[in-house]
Each structure stands twice: as C-alpha cells, then as structure tokens.
Design a protein around this ligand. Structure first.
Ligand SMILES: Nc1ncnc2c1ncn2[C@@H]1O[C@H](COP(=O)(O)OP(=O)(O)OP(=O)(O)O)[C@@H](O)[C@H]1O
Length: 245
C-alpha cells in the first residue's frame, strides 16, 4: 500500500526563526495521526504547511504521489474557529464551495451538503443559520463543509479549543466516527485522552522537530522519549489540578 500523504524534509522559516525543521512523515490510508507537543512547538504550522496555507522553505508535501496545491481539494482543514457565513443556512454553508469552486449544479450540491450534514448528525438542521446552532453544532457544520469536498486527507487544528467543555464531546465523537470509517486524518489536540483513543500513531513535536512518532500505547504507556514523558507528566498534573479546583 502507498502512503496517501508524504511529508518530506519539510522546513518552514520566517526570517531567521526556524519553525519546522526537516519534518518527514508518511501517512497510510485510513491512518489517524495525533499531533501533540508543547505550545509553540509547531503543530499548527505543520498542518498549515501541509494544507498549503503557510509557505514552506524546503521539502515536499505529496498527496497520492503528487505535489499538493492549495485549492486542489486534496487536503481539507478544520480550524479552531468555525468560519461559517452567518447569513447562510447550514446547508448553504456546506454547499457554497461545491457550487462556486467545483461548479456543481445547485441541486447536486444541495444533495451532497445534506449527505455531509447527515454524516455529522445534523441531517435535521440544514435549514438553520449558524446563530441558531450551538458551538458544537457549528463546528460539525464546518466538518461537513470540509467532508463534502471529499479530500484525501483531513486536517483538524484544535477542533474543540473554542468550545465549552460540554460541547467538545459531540465534536470529538464525530471525528472518532470519521476515523473509524477510514478517513485519513491528522489531528492537533490538547485533549490527550482523545488523542490516545483516536490515533493509530502519535507524533510529538518540540521546537519544530519530530521527537517521537509511535503508536499511542508506546507514547502514553511509559515508553515515551524523556521529553515526551515530561510533557505528559506536566499535562496530567494540570488535569488533576483542574479537577481538584
Ligand atoms: N508567521 C509567523 N511568523 C513568525 N513566527 C511564527 C509565525 N507563525 C508561527 N510562528 C512561531 O512558530 C512557532 C510555532 O507556532 P505554532 O502556532 O505552529 O505552534 P503550536 O505548536 O501550534 O502552538 P499552540 O499549541 O500554542 O497552538 C511559535 O514560536 C510561533 O510563535
């Protein structure tokens, strides 16, 4: 089997700051890669470079063996902010790019939008505008919008960071369902339990370098690199402190 996504010696520099340093990663079809690491380690930058949103200074990003180009639809990205059009219904938000970018006839685009909304559990709410949806539902519309474009790889950058804790579960459940159905994805998240249960592999970044890329059992089960262990220890202490507070 060939990798869907190949990241080869990817570098990103801004001025003399090295944000990503020769990152290489092959992602096989159906893999769910959890990307973790300290704040500022380069997680968002990695996803943005893969999606073609940030310019790269060196290396390659290949999707199914071809250089990915921004806007070719091979890679889809879901952000922390949902970025929905407030004046459009959920269905129209999902259908817009299909009509405008893909030139799909309105009837087909609407049917595809309905199917994508159903996949994220919002089949009944397509006629609502964002203001009439919860934050979790709005993020699910954003996921449906990306799914409708049928990308080969789906990137999630902190998809629940803007949500109240009680609304994160529904979004994480949708991502879990997509992963279980074989969608190839990379997920940046600070929710370690979620990353541990979702990922086929976990990539730990620090200072723009991949410190460890291994199955979650290895990374979270005490087999981690020293830097990873320190990070997880601090994370667990913070979670325990938050629970006690
Ligand atoms: N356009 C830019 N110009 C200069 N520095 C940048 C730029 N974009 C990102 N950086 C720096 O690159 C580093 C990595 O940033 P990035 O947002 O990718 O980290 P992150 O791991 O996603 O952090 P967080 O977990 O806090 O979201 C940070 O030190 C950041 O300040």
């Amino acid at each position: 089997m060939n990798p869907v996504l190949q990241v080869r010696a990817l570098e990103r520099r801004v001025g003399d700051v090295e944000i990503l340093r020769r990152i290489s990663l092959d992602v096989m079809p159906g893999e769910a890669i959890g990307v973790i690491g300290p704040s500022g380690s380069g997680k968002s930058s990695l996803l943005r470079c893969i999606a073609g949103l940030d310019p790269i200074s060196g290396g390659d990003v290949l999707v199914e063996g071809r250089t990915a180009k921004p806007g070719d639809g091979a890679i889809g990205m879901v952000f922390q902010q949902f970025n929905l059009w407030p004046h459009l219904t959920a269905r129209d938000n999902v259908a817009l790019a299909l009509k405008v970018v893909r030139g799909m006839p309105a009837k087909d685009a609407d049917a595809k939008a309905e199917a994508a909304l159903t996949k994220v559990g919002l089949g009944a709410l397509g006629a609502r505008k964002p203001a009439a949806l919860s934050g979790g539902q709005q993020q699910r519309v954003a996921i449906a919008r990306t799914l409708a474009m049928e990308p080969r790889v789906l990137l999630f950058d902190e998809p629940t960071a803007a949500l109240d804790p009680e609304l994160t579960t529904e979004v994480l459940d949708v991502i879990r369902t997509l992963a279980a159905s074989g969608v190839t994805m990379l997920v940046v998240s600070h929710e370690m339990g979620f990353v541990a249960s979702l990922s086929t592999r976990v990539v730990f970044l620090d200072h723009g370098v991949v410190v460890q890329a291994a199955p979650p059992g290895e990374v979270f089960g005490g087999g981690g690199e020293p830097r990873v262990k320190t990070f997880l220890k601090t994370y667990l202490e913070r979670v325990a402190w938050t629970k006690d507070a």
